[in-house]
Design a protein around this ligand. Structure first.
Ligand code: AMP
Ligand code: MG
Length: 499
C-alpha cells in the first residue's frame, strides 16, 4: 500500500485522546479497485477538496490501496450485547477509521473504511464486505438522510475486483462511511466490563466534548450525558417509527452514542403496517421487530447507564442507580411525545394546534388510524400519503387501500373535525411535505443490488438512489417506485446481516 501525496485535512482527536481504545492497522490492499459510487454532495458538505482527487486516485484512496498522507488508520475497540448476549470483545473486525474532518458547518465527522481487511478484532471473519451489502448501506443511508433522519452516510463505494467467500463467492467492495463518530454503547461496555472506570470516564469526557458540549454546564455532567443520550435516542427511534424503518439488528454495538442511525445490515422499510414486522433472517424471536424498537432502545440505554454508574458517585451507589433509573424513565414519555407529535404532523394537523403534547382524544385519533391500517393490512407509506389526495377531494387512492370502508368513514369524520379551518390544499401540501411517497421498497432494493452484484450493472441502483433522495416530490414517471412489493415477495422477504 502506498502513501499518497494527497491530504484530506484529517484530524485524529479519537486516537489522541483515547490512546488505549484502538489498534493501528493498515488496510489490506485490494487487487483491482474500481469506483462504484461517489457521493459528490457529501464530499462537498465535508469540505473535501476534490481537485486533487483524480478519477484514477479516487478508487485507490477509497479502497485503502493508497492512504492520504495524513490518514492514521485505526480499528476501534468495543464490546456489545448481541441479541441480548454480552460479547466482551467485538471491535472493528473489518473497518478502519482513517481520520476525522471538520465539515463546512464546523462539525467533526469520522471517515472510515468498511471491508478493508482483517484486524486484530476480526475473530473468525475475513475482514471483507461484498458489493450488495455495501451498496445497501449506501442506499439506505442516503434514503434516511433525505427523510431528515440522523444517520451515518456513505462517501464512496469501491469494488475490489476480488471475490469474497460467503455462501457462494460474491464480488467484494469497500464502503467509506461518514459518521458523527463511531462511539457506541458497546465502546463504553468494553471498558466497564473490565472495571476500567478511568477509561470509561475518559470516554465519557470525550463524548461530552464531541457530541454534547452543553452538558459541561450541568452539576452532574455524567448524569446529564445520560439524559442527553436518552433524549437523542428517543427522538431517533420515534423518527424511525414514523417512516416505518426497521433497523433489524439493534445490538448495543450498533447503537451510536451520537444519536445517528448506524450499521445498515438486515434493515428494511415496513410495507403493510404490522408492529410485529421482522425481516432479518436471524431474528427468530422478533426481538428487533418494528414495534419492539422503542423497548429495545431503552434496554440498550439501560446497558449504557450501567456503564456510567461508577461515575455517578461510587460512595453511594444506590443513589446512582436511583438517579440513572429516573433518567431512563424519561425515555418512553419522550419517545411518545415525539411519536405522537410526528404522527399529528403526518396527519396534517400541526396547523390546527401548536403541538406540545396531544390530549387523549388526539392520541386516540392516531392510535385508531394505526389500528385501521393494521386490521386492513394497509401499506404504511401509501396510507399516510393518500390522506393528501383525500384532502383535495380525490378519495379513491385512500379508499382503495381499505376493505373496511365503514371503519375508515368513521375515522375520517373524526379526522375532518380536527382539521377545523385548515384550507384543503394547504392540508394536502403539508401532508405531502412530511409523508414520503418514495421509500426504498424492498423488492426494488433487491433488484438493484442483484444487478450491481451479479452483472456489474449500476443503472437500477443509480435510478433508485436518485428517487429515494427526493422522497417527497411526486413524479408521475416514477409511479413504479411508489408501489408496494407484491404480497408474495414481502411474505418471503428476508434480509441478511450483510457480513
Ligand atoms: P455487524 O453485524 O456488522 O454489526 O458486526 C458485528 C461484529 O462482527 C463487529 O465486531 C464486526 O466488526 C464483526 N464483523 C462482521 N463482519 C465481519 C467480517 N466479514 N470480518 C470480520 N469481522 C466482521
Ligand atoms: Mg456493527
Amino acid at each position: 500500500m502506498n502513501s499518497s501525496t494527497i491530504s484530506l485535512n484529517f484530524e485524529h482527536s479519537y486516537a489522541e485522546h483515547l490512546p488505549d481504545f484502538f489498534a493501528e492497522v493498515k488496510p489490506t490492499p485490494v487487487q483491482k479497485p474500481s469506483l462504484l459510487q461517489f457521493n459528490t454532495s457529501l464530499a462537498s458538505e465535508l469540505g473535501i477538496d476534490d481537485r486533487g482527487l483524480t478519477p484514477e486516485l479516487v478508487p485507490r484512496i477509497f479502497s485503502g490501496n493508497e492512504l492520504p498522507r495524513d490518514a492514521r488508520p485505526i480499528a476501534q475497540i468495543y464490546a456489545g450485547h448481541q441479541f441480548g448476549n454480552f460479547v466482551p470483545q467485538l471491535g472493528d473486525g473489518r473497518a478502519l477509521l482513517l481520520g476525522e474532518v471538520i465539515d463546512r458547518q464546523g462539525k467533526r465527522r469520522d471517515i472510515a473504511l468498511k471491508g478493508s481487511g482483517r484486524t486484530p478484532m476480526s475473530r473468525g471473519g475475513d475482514g471483507k464486505a461484498a458489493v450488495g451489502p455495501v451498496l445497501r448501506e449506501y442506499l439506505l443511508g442516503e434514503a434516511m438522510h433525505a427523510l431528515g433522519i440522523p444517520t451515518t452516510r456513505a462517501l464512496a463505494a469501491v469494488a475490489t475486483g476480488e471475490p469474497v467467500m460467503r455462501e457462494r463467492p460474491l464480488p467484494g467492495a469497500v464502503l467509506t462511511r461518514v459518521a458523527a463518530s463511531h462511539v457506541r454503547v458497546g465502546t463504553f461496555q468494553y471498558f466497564a466490563a473490565r472495571r476500567q472506570t478511568e477509561h470509561v470516564r475518559k470516554l465519557a469526557d470525550y463524548v461530552i466534548q464531541r457530541h454534547y458540549p452543553e452538558v459541561n454546564e450541568a452539576d452532574d455532567r455524567y448524569l446529564a450525558l445520560l439524559q442527553s443520550v436518552v433524549q437523542r435516542q428517543a427522538d431517533l427511534i420515534a423518527r424511525w417509527m414514523l417512516v416505518g424503518f426497521i433497523h433489524g439488528v439493534m445490538n448495543t454495538d450498533n447503537m451510536a452514542i451520537s444519536g445517528e442511525t448506524i450499521d445498515y445490515g438486515p434493515c428494511a422499510f415496513m410495507e403493510t403496517y404490522d408492529p410485529a414486522a421482522v425481516f432479518s433472517s436471524i431474528d427468530h424471536a422478533g426481538r428487533y421487530a418494528y414495534g419492539n424498537q422503542p423497548a429495545i432502545a431503552l434496554w440498550n440505554l439501560a446497558r449504557f447507564a450501567e456503564t456510567l454508574l461508577p461515575l455517578l458517585g461510587d460512595e453511594n451507589s444506590e443513589r446512582a442507580v436511583a438517579d440513572a433509573t429516573a433518567i431512563l424513565e424519561t425515555f418512553l414519555p419522550r419517545f411518545e411525545q415525539h411519536w405522537y407529535n410526528g404522527a399529528w404532523t403526518k396527519l396534517g394537523l400541526a396547523d390546527s394546534k401548536s403541538v406540545d403534547s396531544l390530549n387523549e382524544s388526539e392520541c386516540a385519533l392516531v392510535d385508531d388510524w394505526l389500528e385501521l391500517l393494521k386490521t386492513n393490512k394497509v401499506d404504511y407509506t401509501l396510507a399516510w400519503r393518500a390522506l393528501a389526495d383525500f384532502a383535495e377531494g380525490d378519495e379513491s387512492p385512500l379508499r382503495s387501500l381499505f376493505k373496511d370502508q365503514t371503519g375508515l368513514e368513521n375515522w375520517l369524520a373524526r379526522w375532518t373535525e380536527f382539521q377545523g379551518e385548515i384550507d384543503p390544499s394547504r392540508l394536502a401540501s403539508t401532508i405531502r411535505a412530511v409523508n414520503p411517497l418514495y421509500i426504498p421498497r424492498n423488492h426494488l432494493v433487491e433488484e438493484a443490488l442483484a444487478a450491481a452484484s451479479n452483472n456489474g450493472d449500476l443503472s437500477s441502483f443509480e435510478a433508485l438512489l436518485s428517487v429515494v433522495q427526493h422522497p417527497f416530490d411526486e413524479n408521475p414517471q416514477l409511479a413504479r417506485y411508489a408501489e408496494p412489493a407484491p404480497m408474495t415477495f414481502t411474505a418471503n422477504y428476508q434480509t441478511f446481516c450483510g457480513t
